[in-house]
Design a protein around this ligand. Sequence first.
Ligand code: HAM
Length: 444
Amino acid sequence: MGIPSAWAVIGCCVAVALLVVGEPLFRAPVGTRDILPPESARRRRLVGAFADLAERAGFGLLESPIFEDQGVFQRLGSANEVVTKELFEFFDRGEPPRALALRPELTASVCRAFVEHSPTVPWKIWYCGPQFRYERPQAGRYRQFEQVGVETLGTHDPHADVEVINLGVRFFEALGLNQIRLLVNSLGDPDSRPPYLEALNSYLHSRSSELSEQSRQTLQRNPLRVLDSKRREDQPVISDAPVMVDFLSGASAEHFAAVRAGLDVLEVDYAISPRLVRGLDYYTRTTFEFSAEALATAQNAVGGGGRYDGLVQELGGAATPGIGFALGVDRILLTCDAEGVFASKPADVQVFVVDTAGGESAVVACDTLRRAGLSVERAFDGRSLKAQMKRADRSGAIVSVIIGTDELDEGTVTVRNMRLGGSQRKVPTADLVAAVTGIVALEA
Ligand code: HAM
């Protein structure tokens, strides 16, 4: 090989420099993502649609802290992975330091707030926001993800269960999704649970040699969670396991029947799933999950919930029943993509201000039009008329407002209807809002 030419050496240096420049110094942490426009606008619309449904059903918004005393989340279950492996825990700078954790879900925070504020019952609240779990990231599974949800505290009425479940069903419908399966089960109450757990435990131990290594470990911690395993080798054992619905107490069976009757009256499509156990330990009686058929099994749980009649008491309050659900916004949007509904919309621009005069008139025109309630975009950097008109065209604006030096001298602006073959006229600056709103109303 000969000596490399000077140009080859320079080329190499430039390539290396470009590589170095192209590689960002920092990236979003593993398991988190930046949500850019227009996706961010779609998420806001989704949360808006949920808020609308929830508020029309009498749920008010609760905004609670993103971190809580770590003890709040310990009540989710001492053997639960969300608590033992997935909590983002830290100490503050207090003296002595306080143990805090980023919230992995919101039901415990809602119950903590309920105990703290003693609101009148039934307390019906909805929420939205980021949750944090130190999980292994993959498609549809993140370390920071967003949920929307509702909780009703202070009533045992099975119609509260029906109201909550139905809200989820109607929300998916409102988004245009039609391949969401609703799975329903009852996990019984503290009276009926022990005989069932005993039966399940001895059954699973009798067949433990057929279980996967992971499920054998889970069996030591919480036999119920073995039923949650998606591993193929566990399925024959799981499918023969005793089911909770055969062990329900009279009161639990009656409650479950009333919930099913309510769903039937509303013609809600659901399947009883006797092995649905859910991932958190606080559930009693009704449990349910929304499963997206359009997504792969690993991330097809788009939401879930149930009753947690003992959680408020565990957090230091008086015995208070509760029922609610949380839906995973990230997974719902993946489902919308898979089903081809609730698409991103380009930003809604009504007016584009083109400025070739380089003065402050464009600044004032934008402000005036925005204060009149219009959505207004503009170009910067004194680009040519042609370049700015091209951007106006691409923005989808109904009207463009052109301010050149002639207009500046005359105290006018040129208002152009972008839809009508570009017909345009000059109007006095004072008539700008009237001229623009006239065209927008005509073309809307
Ligand atoms: P969850 O089943 O743990 O329940 O979470 C609800 C939903 O949040 C899941 O179905 C899923 O769509 C989404 N989700 C969970 N983890 C992740 C993740 N790592 N990445 C993306 N999405 C995720 C609860 O959180 C309970 N607080 C629900 C509830 C409310 N129960 C009663 N009231």
